[in-house]
Design a binder for this molecule. Structure first.
Ligand SMILES: [Zn+2]
Length: 254
């Protein structure tokens, strides 16, 4: 002990305790804060650490939020009450061109006017798409834990994350979510033009799409890879046995 650096295990325990967000507002973009200053305690104990967003960390540093208030929040962190953490910008782009990568499969969209570019729809419902609204190009999508509920939702460029997960790390442009130790359920990177998803699950009522480095599997059968789609959409009817349709756009085999 006595080192400035907070050990990884301790960081994870603090993330889990605070449910992956600022204890006051829930923001998933956070810093580690020692309730009693590190200079006086000289050690990193889970009980003495909390997560705070930049704004609330700043308020604490300025003395606008007292230690007593921090302690009160730490007994009942925002995300423990809310069940979800949100408020981070992720999947918001500018310009006329968006690119979605699912493993090696590429979906590109060019917009001349405001509108929606759907990459995947299930049962008629768009589940992975861009919407062009003025200058902004906004991503929307939902990823699930296999056999369970939503772990990551991006709604028009804003990120919402389920907080009942084992771990969540959003470092640099890479986002990873684990449902339990050694089991990652989401692995993705946000590039300048869109998301690159290496691991994730998209679900309908009867349709489970698994995204991996190889491409897309449909209900457990490795189905699609080796092509890219320009201004087109993959439709899954979601009636239990329907065929996948590729609608519109230009398909390039690779
Ligand atoms: Zn905050």
């Amino acid at each position: 002990m006595g080192e400035r650096y907070i050990p990884q295990d301790t960081q994870r325990a603090v993330r889990q305790k605070c449910r992956f967000g600022c204890i006051i507002c829930g923001s998933p973009i956070f810093q580690y804060h020692h309730v009693q200053p590190f200079e006086s305690v000289r050690r990193h104990e889970v009980e003495n650490l909390v997560l705070l967003c930049g704004t609330h960390h700043d308020q604490v540093t300025r003395g606008q939020i007292t230690e007593a208030v921090i302690k009160e929040y730490s007994t009942s962190p925002h995300n423990l009450r809310a069940g979800f953490t949100s408020g981070a910008i992720a999947g918001r782009y500018s310009g006329c061109e968006g690119v979605i990568l699912l493993g090696e499969m590429g979906f590109t969209y060019e917009f001349e006017t405001d509108g929606v570019g759907v990459a995947i729809s299930i049962g008629g419902r768009p589940v992975l798409f861009f919407s062009k609204e003025g200058r902004a190009l906004l991503l929307s999508m939902e990823l699930f834990e296999p056999g369970a509920g939503i772990v990551l939702k991006i709604v028009r460029g804003e990120m919402v994350i389920a907080t009942g997960v084992w771990d969540y790390r959003y470092e640099g442009r890479t986002l990873r979510i684990w449902s339990e130790q050694f089991t990652s359920v989401v692995e993705m990177t946000f590039s300048d033009r869109g998301p690159s998803i290496q691991k994730g699950v998209i679900k309908g009522r009867h349709t489970v799409l698994g995204i991996s480095a190889n491409g897309l599997s449909v209900n457990g059968v490795q189905a699609m890879a080796g092509f890219s789609l320009h201004n087109g959409c993959l439709h899954f009817p979601d009636d239990g046995d329907g065929e996948t349709l590729i609608a519109g756009g230009v398909v390039n085999s690779r």
